[in-house]
Ligand binder design. Sequence first.
Ligand code: FAD
Length: 287
Amino acid sequence: MKIIDIIKSEKPTLSMEVFPPKTTDNFEVVRIATEKIAAQSPDFMSVTYGAGGGTSRFTADIAGNIQDKYDVPVLAHLTCVSSSKEQIHAQLELLKSKGIENILALRGDMPEGMEKEHLDYHFAAELIREIKEYGGFCIGGACYPESHPESATSFDDMKHLKEKVDAGCEFLTTQMFFDNNLLYNFIYRARNAGINVPVVAGIMPVTNPRSIKRICRISGSALPQRFIRIVDRYGDNPEAMKQAGIAYATEQIIDLYANGVRAVHVYSMNKPDVAQKIMENISAIIK
Ligand code: FAD
């Protein structure tokens, strides 16, 4: 099933993101965790992709397994910056062979030391055009309510986002954010820029305070004072931090639905208990 048909339906949607194993050794651990999340029947699941290409096979394997066993539609991520045209074509063939119908087309982070002139792809829009030409996939792209960290200005970022949509991107999934006003402001600016595709709001339930500061530094997501106080107070108490992180994410999600956002994507970090708790907290809201 195509993701665009799911997120355009009347029902508010809730989807979950998982990541594939890095090596064969932990494939089983990841398979089991992702199956536990799939068993809770989110509207769809997305499976990330290693920018270096190391986990390309595992993305397809985990995605295919979820779809085959649990009938949960899957969105496979695909990055292009460190791949050749041949590698991208092979990955499209692999995803197609597994019955995957949806791709989140991404540039990926520029590998250190790579010379730009030797790359087959420089930006996600090029990958989007190529997948569109290949045919058969519903294509999504990434967007950044606080602007992509490499963008000189938010106007530049919006201009390039419009290029992705014009290239064939049917929906956008946001980078995580911890203040919903950032998303409302972003959607307003996007609509003004002529971007009218659905925006899926990415929410990260923070249960590990140590990793969040690093993730925010890389992604450029700001942590509001209200959230920093929670981390300062409960960061050394894993159980309390988990409860507070899930409560904070739940509150964000309810506010988003209440304000007319129709699709929320939870960065589940392969944690079935966190995914389950969030789904329980909003079960009547997404019914
Ligand atoms: P692009 O859309 O190409 O944008 C990258 C930067 O280039 C932006 O600053 C943009 O404004 C600028 N730009 C675009 N076009 C032009 C142009 N023509 N000229 C000049 N500048 C331009 N990474 C992974 O490795 N694996 C994943 O699975 C993964 N999943 C993600 C899922 C989501 C929802 C998000 C938000 C990010 C994800 N990422 C993932 C991270 C992503 O790969 C990085 O943020 C990367 O730096 C940018 O990817 P992009 O597709 O947004 O790039």
